[in-house]
Design a binder for this molecule. Structure first.
Ligand code: NBP
Length: 476
């Protein structure tokens, strides 16, 4: 046995992860169901490090040092279960199975429990950054036992992206914690992209600007507080010209956003936990809406555009307003995402370090951004922070942005430009800070039709009004 770690599943992600391990000096056992992939990896990249190829799973397992660490990088779902079932009889107590696929955290919890019964560690690990990340340094979110992390930590922390000398990998928490955090990461990515798309749409409508002109605005924004990978590539995509037609690339792409389902998972989980992640939900629904071409066509016919042109008065003020509204809405989306992680951590006893999570996302992943440093500072400074919105750095930006935020949302509504994530983030902010919410009326209605009772502001206890009787109040 000579290999320190193994990878089974050598499609694009597994192949690149194995290469990353080898390039970092780790000896890597490699295996794939179809051996041709294993052979081509070794033939094309064998000189990058030490690969120990095997054509059977038994030989692969036999080539690993104990305790064995096997990374499974196959299609999520049934293929992952099939590979795990094949591995179990080949492994021995204390060995570690790492699932780096995009698994749902509930599946990870189930698998962890099943493998624990066999004396094996199961480590559901979120890996973000796509193909390039897997090869050059992804953001890595490992769950599973602390014991398994003793073996995996030094390896994963080395192959992960590094930002200012700090690794974008750290142990997230037990069983499904890693995949849960990866799921919320993807949800935040949905919100971030929707907000960027709305900002672009508003700039385009309000300024009658071309995509190339808007690319310039994003390039400028990337030099400031909004600096992030997504803002950077937005400038790139908006500035791109379609070779076939000579038109702006963004104008020749069908305007129907697709999804693989992690946004939906995030929203479903948030509903279960009772956490209002309105930004992520709006973003997920906005993608769904864009795909309903028939309904859009029907609505367009019945409610045609009035044809009035929207032209903002002052270009620079408007651009700055949109920037501030984008930053404030983005802060809301991250605040909600971190609330969701905290709720999951409490529900499943994961004890997740929120500031540490922000550190993992500073590099390697799609939502890498300058302001993640501020999130880390906020939670490190006050681990029980009630919401990121009230942490000083964020509170300042939100307060300073409120007038702009209101103008942008109002302008969008007047001009008929849909800005669901901007509007809903502002509504969330206003609801959080409201002295009184109309929830009191909802409680009254519930008591009226269903005797569901209510609490009073002036006395402890539950109460019910005899709505159909003499309207006197009784203890509920
Ligand atoms: P795929 O998701 O396309 O899966 C292909 C791999 O699964 C091949 O190695 C294939 O073997 C293997 N496989 C299948 Br399918 N069924 C199998 C079975 N029953 N037994 C054994 N092996 C089986 O690969 P990918 O695109 O590299 O993605 C791998 C994982 O990483 C997925 O979970 C994916 O969701 C995730 N992912 C993450 C990111 C990211 O940015 N984090 C990006 C892309 C993918 P074969 O060669 O014999 O058919």
């Amino acid at each position: 046995a000579t290999a320190q770690i193994g990878v089974t599943g050598l499609a694009v992600m597994g192949r690149n992860l194995a290469r990353n391990l080898a390039r970092n000096g780790f000896s890597v056992a490699v295996h794939n169901r179809t051996p041709a992939r294993t052979r081509s990896l070794v033939a094309e990249h064998g000189d990058e490090g030490t690969f120990v190829p095997s054509e059977s799973l038994a030989d692969f397992v036999g080539s690993l040092e104990r305790p064995r660490a096997v990374i499974v990088m196959v299609k999520a779902g049934a293929p992952t279960d099939a590979v795990i079932d094949e591995l179990i009889p080949l492994l021995e107590e204390g060995d570690i199975v790492v699932d780096c696929g995009n698994a749902h955290f509930a599946d990870t919890r189930r698998r962890e429990e099943a493998l624990r019964a066999h004396g094996l560690h199961f480590v559901g690990t979120g890996v973000s950054g796509g193909e390039e990340g897997a090869l050059r340094g992804p953001s890595i979110m490992p769950g599973g036992s602390a014991e398994s992390y003793q073996k995996l930590g030094p390896i994963f922390e080395k192959i992960a992206a590094q930002v200012e000398g700090e690794s974008c990998c750290r142990h997230v928490g037990p069983d499904g914690a890693g995949h849960f955090v990866k799921m919320v990461h993807n949800g935040i990515e949905y919100a971030d992209m929707q907000l960027i798309a709305e900002a672009y749409d508003l700039l385009r409508a309000g300024l009658s600007a071309t995509p190339a002109e808007i690319a310039e605005i994003f390039r400028e924004w990337n030099g400031g507080e909004l600096e992030s990978f997504l803002i950077e590539i937005t400038a790139d995509v908006l500035g791109h010209t379609d070779a076939a037609t000579g038109k702006a690339f963004v104008d020749v792409v069908l305007d129907q956003a697709e999804q693989k389902g992690t946004g939906r998972w995030t929203v479903q989980s948030a509903l279960d936990l009772g956490i209002p992640i309105t930004g992520i939900a709006e973003a997920t629904f906005a993608r769904s809406l864009s795909g309903h071409a028939d309904q859009r066509e029907a609505a367009r016919r019945v409610f045609p555009d009035a044809g009035e042109k929207w032209q903002v008065d002052d270009r620079d003020t408007f651009v700055e307003d949109v920037r501030r509204a984008l930053l404030a809405s983005k802060i809301v989306a991250y605040a909600q995402g971190f609330d969701h992680i905290r709720a999951g951590s409490r529900e499943y006893d994961w004890n997740i370090d929120l500031g540490g999570t922000a550190t993992i996302w500073r590099g390697g992943c799609i939502i890498r951004a300058r302001f993640l440093d501020r999130i880390k500072e906020a939670y490190d400074g006050e681990p029980d922070l009630s919401t990121l919105l009230v942490a000083p750095w964020f509170a300042e930006r939100v307060s300073a942005g409120v007038p702009a935020w209101r103008r942008v949302v109002a302008d969008a509504a007047r001009a008929g430009v849909p800005a669901p994530a901007f509007a809903s983030s502002l509504a969330y902010f206003d609801a959080l800070r409201a002295a009184r919410l109309p929830a009191a009326l909802i409680q009254g209605l519930r008591d009226n039709f269903g005797a569901h009772t209510y609490h009073r502001v002036d006395r402890a206890g539950s109460f019910h009004t005899l709505w159909a009787g003499d309207r006197s109040e009784v203890e509920g």
